[in-house]
Design a protein around this ligand. Structure first.
Ligand code: PLP
Length: 448
């Protein structure tokens, strides 16, 4: 039995290159992080070998004594990390990732073609919240359910709660989804909760009402550290990925209220939707890594880390504003900023490419009012990963300066290649005789 270097030098070499890239670049993708060595050890362990369909104590295969012990420990830690009482809340730690966790919830509580409302993707929502375009139902969620996305108020960049309320009262969704992938502000769960009650001739309509789900994937670390509002106070169901601000292995979790909601026993409906509804055997190595992550998440250091994530993001937002950039919503309460580059004269796709060439990794992102999703007008910048690497506010101000330098290069490149479509621009900047190559190299050297 050989180790990786001996058994497969080709894969070893690719992993080494990726590791080098991760460590040399400024990792600013808001949904990414660096998990701990302890988590990776659990993920790379013999737990990957075991089949354990079912739940602890109710498995379809033998040999699950220790897997049961592990999954129960993981569940207990999940409830403790989010400060929820095991009497009122339960959790399923088996979802393979965030999108499957969300789909398991829909499978549990909705019938095909039931109505749902989630934040529109071009306004910061996630695909799995029901994204569709006028031409195409893009996400499985919009294929199987009737989706009516809510949006931001474009003048403020904040969720348009008033419009959401009006639409919800007409559309009467069975499920309202809070949560986002690119929303820099905190969420008013109390306001969302009020939307789940419908009125008929001024009176509460007793037999209809919506479930409220929060997908806290992006901010779950901040929620665990009580840095942001607590969704558990007002929601029926809370889903999350485990690999973003929470800093665990790639995976998903679903928290549910134990008391029936609208006559539905969420515990059995959700557990059955995960298995046998959508999945087979759980990824026990991930559950092992998640248990480790959830232990970390209860430590004082984790709270300090999450506070630093927010302070760093504010320092970044402040310095970007000083450079004259327009931020969606004017700033940030959480771990990310969304920069509207349109007034600067360049789009997110071109800026992302030049920044990537300079080892600054972030992503192009739609901003309210955008016409094209392929060439969106903004970039999304997140602080969790580089905060894990130990950077503080001073360094994040410097990061804003480096981003500014990169955006200036992308503006210059755009004018050199004026009139070209995105694909031609990408070829132009990647060619060996790109006239601004030296400037990019200089910036990359500074970054690395
Ligand atoms: N929910 C939100 C809010 C997300 O931002 C994401 C991913 O970025 C997901 C769900 C999906 O997670 P996954 O990529 O693990 O399916």
């Amino acid at each position: 039995d050989h180790g990786l270097s001996e058994a497969d030098p080709e894969v070893r070499a690719i992993i080494d290159k990726e590791k080098d890239r991760q460590y040399k670049s400024l990792e600013l993708i808001a949904s990414e992080n660096f998990t701990s060595r302890a988590v990776m050890e659990a993920v790379g362990s013999c737990l990957t070998n075991k089949y354990s369909e079912g739940l602890p104590g109710k498995r379809y295969y033998g040999g699950n004594e220790y897997i049961d012990e592990l999954e129960i420990l993981c569940q207990e830690r999940a409830l403790a990390a989010f400060h929820v009482d095991g009497k009122n809340w339960g959790v399923n730690v088996q979802p393979l990732s965030g999108s499957p966790a969300n789909f398991a919830v829909y499978t549990a509580i909705l019938k095909p073609h039931d109505r749902i409302m989630g934040l529109d993707l071009p306004h910061g929502g996630h695909l799995s919240h029901g994204f569709m375009t006028p031409k195409r139902r893009v996400s499985g969620t919009s294929i199987y359910f009737e989706s009516m996305p809510y949006r931001l108020d474009e003048s403020t960049g904040l969720i348009d709660y008033d419009m959401l309320e009006k639409t919800a009262n007409l559309f009467r969704p069975k499920l309202i989804i809070a949560g986002a992938s690119a929303y820099p502000r905190d969420i008013d769960y109390h306001r969302f909760r009020k939307l789940t009650t419908y009125y008929m001739h001024g009176k509460i309509a007793d037999d209809v009402g919506a479930f409220l789900m929060m997908d806290m994937a992006h901010i779950s670390g901040l929620v665990a550290a009580s840095v942001l509002n607590n969704p558990f106070e007002f929601c029926d169901i809370v889903t999350t990925t485990t690999h973003k601000s929470l800093r665990g292995p790639r995976g998903g979790m679903i928290f549910f209220k134990k008391d029936p909601v609208h006559g539905v026993d969420l515990e059995s409906a959700i557990n059955n939707a995960v298995f046998p509804g959508l999945q087979g055997g759980p990824h026990n190595h991930t559950i092992g890594g998640l248990a480790v992550c959830l232990k970390h998440a209860q430590s004082p250091e984790f709270k300090i880390y999450q506070n630093q994530v927010v302070s760093n993001c504010r320092a970044l937002a402040k310095r970007l504003t000083e450079h004259g950039y327009k931020l969606v919503s004017g700033g940030s309460d959480n771990h990310l900023v969304l920069v509207d580059l349109r007034p600067s004269g360049v789009d997110g796709a071109r800026a992302e490419k030049i920044l990537d060439m300079a080892s600054i990794t972030l992503n192009k992102n739609s901003v309210p009012g955008d016409k094209s999703a392929l060439v969106p007008g903004g970039i999304r910048i997140g602080s969790p990963a580089m905060t894990t690497r130990g950077l503080g506010e001073k360094e994040f101000a410097l990061i804003a300066d480096l981003i500014h330098e990169g955006v200036q290069i992308s503006l210059e490149a755009k004018s050199l290649a004026s009139g070209t479509k995105l694909q031609e621009f990408l070829k132009f900047v990647a060619s060996p005789d790109f006239p601004l190559g030296d400037k990019v190299t200089k910036l990359r050297t500074k970054v690395e």
